[in-house]
Design a protein around this ligand. Structure first.
Ligand code: NAD
Length: 334
């Protein structure tokens, strides 16, 4: 008999890839989201269109499953999360509090919550060459945005549900996941996708100028989607219930990221630095605990991941003649 699992946010980037991964492992997967995946048909056994801010919807989608991968969130790149504090905090709190409680009422055994590196305090991320963030560095708490505060409080709720109700909860802190089939325009895209789009547009129009928010020296690490879903599943099945980083620990600047993509595209670019939200100055994942717990860390190189992502985004840009192919400002910070 197939085990039944729920993936919320299954119409989104990571959720869609996770549905495919779990289906390949032999699970019966229910997907739930406000929308179907944008770029590819879902492989979920069943897909429910549902607004998970709503209590009744949460009860319906969590019924009859053993495990829940909770990925639904109102989110986007730096441009989005730095300018939508109220609706992000309000929507994501409702989604997560209602989904977790409905899962408890329905007797769900394991519940994985997808948190973020955005929980880490701003005061530990003030320099380009910051030390990598260990899980315990989240406290004393001082996340930069409402998005990070909500993630932190839901992490705590998961911990209390485990302590008080015996539900096996898992908490994953993602560090910049990227790959094909993710949002690449419209304002919610993150740095790798925004840069791939801009460079694809530059190549297709022959105009080499790329706008980058800030001086581009801000640093991050980037983790490819196949490593992300592998890690998610390993963490769900592990016995470890405290928060765990899931990301790469190779830090690069946004300028370096742009140069790497430019070289993959085979098209030299000129960077124009413009004002815009840049997030924290530097951020990296310390993977010591992840390695200890899983005996595994993400393995796909940034170059390899960017090659697959760029090729897909270039094909998307080229296939959308109805949209003007011209350079425009989008999120290039995370
Ligand atoms: P995404 O935006 O592609 O997917 C999120 C999905 O949640 C979307 O399809 C959206 O429609 C859905 N959703 C939003 N509001 C909903 C609602 N009220 N009811 C039902 N569904 C709703 O984002 P993603 O990159 O796939 O991220 C998945 C999870 O991982 C999120 O919780 C996000 O906060 C977290 N995360 C992602 C990253 C990253 O780098 N992508 C980094 C840190 C944390």
């Amino acid at each position: 008999m197939q085990k039944r699992v729920l993936v919320t946010g299954a119409g989104g980037f990571i959720g869609h890839h996770l549905v495919s991964y779990l289906t390949d492992l032999g699970y019966w997967v229910r997907g739930a989201d406000l929308k179907y995946p944008e770029f590819c048909t879902t492989r979920a056994s069943e897909f429910r269109i549902a607004d998970l801010r709503n209590v009744e919807s949460c009860k319906e989608v969590t019924a009859g499953v053993e495990m829940v991968f909770a990925l639904a969130a109102d989110m986007g790149g730096m441009g989005y999360i730095s300018s939508h504090h109220a609706c992000i905090l309000h929507s994501n709190t409702l989604i997560n509090f209602n989904t977790l409680e409905a899962a408890r009422l329905n007797g769900v055994k394991r519940y994985l919550y997808t948190s973020s590196a955005c929980v880490y305090p701003e005061y530990r991320q003030l320099k380009i060459d910051v030390p990598a963030l260990r899980e315990e560095d989240a406290y004393p708490a001082a996340p930069q945005d409402a998005y990070g505060w909500e993630k932190l409080i839901t992490e705590r709720l998961c911990t209390h549900y485990r302590e008080d109700y015996g539900m096996e909860t898992r908490i994953v802190r993602f560090h910049n996941i990227f790959g094909p089939l993710g949002t690449w325009d419209g304002g919610r895209e993150k740095a790798p996708a925004a840069l791939c789009r801009k460079i694809a547009v530059a190549k297709l129009t022959g105009n080499p100028v790329i706008d980058i928010w800030g001086d581009g020296e801000q640093t991050r690490s980037f983790c490819y989607i196949t490593d992300c879903v592998t890690g998610l599943y390993k963490i769900m099945m592990s016995n470890f219930s405290q928060p765990l980083n899931l990301g790469q620990d190779r830090m690069v600047s946004i300028n370096q990221l742009a140069d790497m993509i430019s070289s993959i595209a085979g098209f030299p670019i000129k960077k124009r630095h413009v004002p815009g939200p840049i997030g924290v100055r530097g951020r990296n994942s310390d993977n010591t605990l992840l390695r200890e717990v899983l005996n595994w860390t993400p393995a796909v190189s940034l170059e390899e991941g960017l090659r697959c992502t760029y090729d897909w985004i270039e094909s998307q840009v080229a296939a959308r003649p109805e949209k003007p192919i011209e350079p425009y400002i989008g999120a290039v910070a995370v």
